[in-house]
Design a protein around this ligand. Structure first.
Ligand code: SF4
Length: 126
């Protein structure tokens, strides 16, 4: 039997190099050169404004200062249902915001601490 000719080997993986990326935890990651931007994902807390009563436990437990509690903005207030609006008014329209969500390290302390179960950690594309 004649030896089968082999197709030339496919080009191997492109060499890797140190690339920068805006994603905090991948800033110095070694990424394959793919022509694509960083596909890194990270986790960030999402606050359910219909549940949050602005009690600030998340502010107190987060080691990375992700949260601030303040007055709910009009646009967010308008998104609430009737019950959510009444509840929000009863609590002075206070709610938690996440101005430093990119600092989240997914420790879960805020999820455990929230008495209203208003926080979920969600994967987000960066
Ligand atoms: S999961 Fe941890 S780091 Fe992320 S927002 Fe909650 S308490 Fe902060």
């Amino acid at each position: 039997m004649a030896p089968r000719s082999r197709a030339p080997p496919a080009p191997g993986p492109a060499p890797t190099e140190r690339l920068s990326c805006d994603h905090r935890s991948h800033r110095d990651a070694t990424l394959a050169r793919s022509g694509l931007s960083c596909q890194a994902r990270r986790v960030a807390p999402v606050v359910d404004r219909g549940k949050c009563e602005g009690k600030s436990e998340c502010v107190e437990v987060c080691p990375f200062h992700v949260f601030e509690v303040g007055r709910m903005g009009d646009a967010d207030f308008a998104q609430l249902g009737v019950f959510g609006k009444l509840k929000s008014i009863a609590h002075g329209r206070k709610t938690a915001y996440t101005p430093r969500a990119s600092a989240c390290q997914a420790c879960g302390k805020c999820v455990e601490a929230c008495p209203e179960k208003a926080i979920k950690l969600t994967r987000v594309q960066v």
